[in-house]
Design a protein around this ligand. Structure first.
Ligand SMILES: Nc1ncnc2c1ncn2[C@@H]1O[C@H](COP(=O)(O)OP(=O)(O)O)[C@@H](O)[C@H]1O
Ligand SMILES: [Mg+2]
Length: 209
C-alpha cells in the first residue's frame, strides 16, 4: 500500500510521519518512510540543487524537471521494490505536489506538467493520499518559527493560495483517493486522525499487521 502525505508548509507532514511510522511498526506492520525531493543518493543530490537559496537563476521548467528526476529515481529504486515486497510505503510529498506547486502555484500549463509527472512516476499512483489541511498564514507562521528557509520557501501569499486551491481541485477530481485531515488542530489530535484513517484503510485491504 502506497500512502502519500500532501499539504502546505507547516501542515505537519514531516513531524507526523515518523510518529505514524512508529505506531504502525508497533502494530507489526512492515513500513518504509521516504520523502521528496530526495529519498535516494541521487535524489538527495538533486534535492540540494533544488533547495539551495543561491540558485535564484533556476528556470521554472528546470525546477519541474529536477523534481521529476528525483521522483523517477525514488519510484524505481525505492518505492516500487518496497511495494513489491508487500511493505507499506509512506511518502512525504509526491506527484500531487508538482501539480499543486508548479502547475497551479507557478501557473505552468497543467496538461504539460501532468504528462511530465506521469513520465517520471511511470504511472505509479498512491493508494491513499492524506491531505493535512492548514490555513495558509498559520502554516507559514509555524514554518517560519522553525527557522531555516530554503529557495522553494521564498514565495508570496497569493502563490500559496493558488497551491491550496489547486489541491482542492485535485481532491474534487479524485475524491476516493484523498482524505482530508484538519491539521489546524494540535499535533496529537492530527496524529489520532491519521491513525484512524490509515488503520481503517489497511483493514479494508485485509491487512492486519
Ligand atoms: N498541529 C500542529 N500544531 C502546532 N504546530 C505544529 C503542528 N504540526 C506541526 N507543527 C510545527 O510546525 C512546524 C512545521 O511542521 P512540519 O511537520 O515540518 O510541517 P510540513 O512538513 O508539513 O511543512 C514544526 O515546527 C512543527 O513542530
Ligand atoms: Mg516537511
Amino acid at each position: 500500500m502506497f500512502i502519500t502525505f500532501e499539504g502546505l508548509e507547516g501542515s505537519g507532514k514531516t513531524s507526523q510521519i515518523p510518529i505514524l511510522d512508529s505506531y504502525l511498526r508497533e502494530a507489526e506492520y512492515s513500513v518504509f518512510c521516504t520523502r521528496e525531493p530526495g529519498g535516494t543518493p541521487i535524489g538527495d543530490q538533486i534535492r540540494e540543487v533544488l533547495l539551495t537559496r543561491e540558485n535564484t537563476a533556476m528556470h521554472q521548467h528546470t525546477e519541474i524537471l529536477l523534481f521529476q528526476a528525483s521522483r523517477s529515481q525514488l519510484v524505481e529504486e525505492v518505492i516500487r521494490p518496497r511495494l513489491k515486497k508487500g511493505e507499506i510505503v509512506l511518502c512525504d510529498r509526491y506527484a500531487d505536489s508538482t501539480i499543486a506547486y508548479q502547475g497551479y502555484g507557478l501557473e505552468v500549463d497543467l496538461a504539460q506538467v501532468r504528462t511530465i509527472v506521469d513520465f517520471a512516476t511511470g504511472g505509479l499512483k498512491p493508494d491513499l493520499t492524506l491531505f493535512l489541511e492548514v490555513d495558509v498564514e498559520a502554516g507559514l507562521q509555524r514554518r517560519n518559527q522553525h527557522g531555516d528557509v530554503n529557495r522553494l520557501d521564498v514565495k508570496n501569499l497569493d502563490y500559496y493560495r493558488r497551491v491550496r486551491a489547486g489541491y482542492y481541485e485535485m481532491m474534487k477530481a479524485e475524491p476516493e483517493r484523498w482524505e482530508i485531515i484538519d491539521a489546524n488542530k494540535p499535533s496529537n489530535e492530527v496524529q489520532t486522525a491519521l491513525r484512524e484513517i490509515v488503520l481503517a484503510r489497511l483493514k479494508e485491504n485485509g491487512r492486519v499487521g
